[in-house]
Design a protein around this ligand. Structure first.
Ligand code: ATP
Length: 218
């Protein structure tokens, strides 16, 4: 069965989520209070609807509580974003991802039970700064405020050693959950697996610990 999502707010952020989910084969209901925005997505989304989601009866008539995952991509109108999230959460939608406009907005969203809060401009800024600071950190995925998964390129300082030699888990409290070697990915590497120059290590752990590892070992 296809995965189903609702995206509320069809600005640049919400719109790109709709396009990407559709290209990944999901069913997407796209909602906006502005008709022009909805018309733009009529031929892209599975269903495109003009609706003001701060109106509880509208949310009810669209059957939004039956969806597993709803993305609230209303940014600028903070009041509408909060009210929409609150109504959806009160009616038990299991997963709600909300775009926050600023730190205060984010704080309120977390208080009312938003499951994932994203801050695209800030998150992208952090990601770019991290990539610029270390040529060895190729990419990273923020799991929470403190934990991430990072892709780190193995330098000649650790190439030739295996995971037992490096003792990374004990020394840094982080785990290598995979090794990318060209087109191959070694999932859950065993301690005896050697690391080769140019391997990309998929590392999971607290940001401070991963950064210690990056600074000392690479
Ligand atoms: P970005 O491009 O960075 O995603 P934006 O400025 O294009 O942001 P916002 O103004 O943050 O977009 O709002 C996103 C969309 O949410 C707009 O198209 C707006 O019409 C829609 N929107 C605002 N309030 C509501 C509401 N109550 N119900 C449904 N859609 C709404």
């Amino acid at each position: 069965m296809k995965k189903e999502f609702v995206v509320i707010g069809l600005g640049r952020f919400g719109g790109s989520i709709v396009r990407e989910l559709m290209s990944l084969g999901a069913n997407v209901m796209a909602i906006d209070s502005m008709r022009e925005r909805v018309d733009e997505y009529a031929s892209i989304a599975t269903q495109a609807v003009v609706a003001d989601t701060t109106d509880e009866s509208v949310i009810k008539s669209l059957g939004l509580w039956n969806f597993e995952h709803i993305i609230v991509a209303i940014g600028e109108n903070i009041q509408a974003s909060i009210l929409t999230t609150l109504i959806l959460k009160e009616h038990g939608v299991p997963q709600i991802t909300v775009k926050a406009q600023n730190d205060y907005h984010e704080k309120v969203l977390r208080k009312i039970g938003a499951d994932f809060v994203v801050h695209p401009e800030r998150d992208m800024g952090i990601r770019i700064a991290n990539n610029m600071m270390s040529t060895n950190v190729l990419d990273y995925l923020e799991l929470s405020d403190e934990y991430s998964i990072m892709e780190i390129k193995a330098s000649d300082k650790i190439a030739g050693y295996n995971l037992i030699d490096l003792n990374i888990r004990a020394q840094y409290g982080i785990n290598i959950v995979g090794i990318k070697r060209g087109a191959t990915i070694i999932v859950s590497p065993v301690p005896q697996d050697p690391i080769l120059l140019g391997d990309v290590l998929l590392v999971i752990g607290a940001d401070v610990d991963i950064n210690r590892f990056v600074k000392k070992a690479l």
